[in-house]
Design a protein around this ligand. Structure first.
Ligand SMILES: C[S@@+](CC[C@H](N)C(=O)[O-])C[C@H]1O[C@@H](n2cnc3c(N)ncnc32)[C@H](O)[C@@H]1O
Length: 234
């Protein structure tokens, strides 16, 4: 691992780490991210956390092969239980939003020295934004990128007060689509939400055709489709 093999997705995650870097990569799998970061920044330190034996062993092997044992500790454990007071940033990438939220919720007590959380939910980024909003982490940056036919969202949140990115009148919509991503509206944003709109239109038609279509469900879909049309400038 010299960084050349690292995905663009994880490179973008790495770009959000701030000095001094002592981060925990939760669900590290092969520990590619901590290896890349520590190879490129000699002062960086990391904990690679893994729940499962297979990925834990892969992470250990990768760290050993790169001779990074003095700067990366590979620890086996569930979620945030692997972190200690030295960790100032946490990365949780490549999992579903609800699992990321769950890990944050269960480990909330271990976050008091953590000033930045970088999350890359594969689905349902909304649940992570909501957790940040309700737990004293201010969303400070977002990215949406396309890589190998997949679209990924990266969310960055910093502990404490700061100017909120949300317009309280539009909170639900902005938590769903991402307040910064809605402003930037890049190509990946259009691609993702265009696809989503098509899916929602199809499902709405099916719901309407069913005999006992729930009115609340229809309304919810119609509202979301309206939001998407607004944001896609239709
Ligand atoms: C799809 S991989 C993502 C790997 C890497 N973070 C990335 O973004 O490419 C998810 C990893 O999270 C691990 N995992 C799942 N739940 C976990 C938990 N509660 N605590 C720690 N690791 C977990 C899995 O074993 C798996 O290796």
């Amino acid at each position: 691992m010299n960084g050349k093999q690292l995905s663009q997705r994880l490179k973008e995650v790495a770009d959000f780490l701030i000095d001094p870097v002592f981060f925990a990569d939760i669900g590290s799998d092969h520990a590619y991210l901590p290896c890349y970061v520590c190879l490129n920044k000699p002062t960086a330190r990391a904990i690679a956390g893994e729940l499962n034996e297979g990925p834990f062993l892969s992470a250990r092997k990768e760290v050993e092969e790169n001779q990074l044992e003095h700067v990366i500790e590979v620890r086996k454990g569930n979620g945030l239980e692997v972190i200690d007071g030295r960790v100032n940033q946490v990365v949780i990438a490549g999992m579903g939003g609800p699992l990321i939220k769950d890990i944050l919720e269960k480990g909330n007590g271990k976050l008091k020295d953590v000033t930045r959380i970088i999350a890359q939910p594969n689905i349902d980024a909304r649940s992570v934004r909501k957790w940040f909003y309700e737990n004293g982490y201010n969303l400070t940056a977002e990215r949406i990128i396309e890589e190998n036919g997949h679209i990924y969202e990266i969310l960055v949140a910093d502990r404490g007060e700061g100017p909120s990115p949300y317009n309280e009148d539009n909170l639900e919509k902005e938590m769903w689509l991402g307040p910064y991503l809605m402003q930037e509206k890049n190509k990946a944003f259009f691609e993702k939400w265009n696809d989503e709109k098509k899916k929602k239109l199809m499902i709405l038609e099916q719901i309407k055709q069913s005999k006992n279509a729930e009115e609340a469900k229809v309304k919810k879909f119609e509202e979301q489709i309206m939001w998407l049309k607004e944001e896609l400038n239709e």
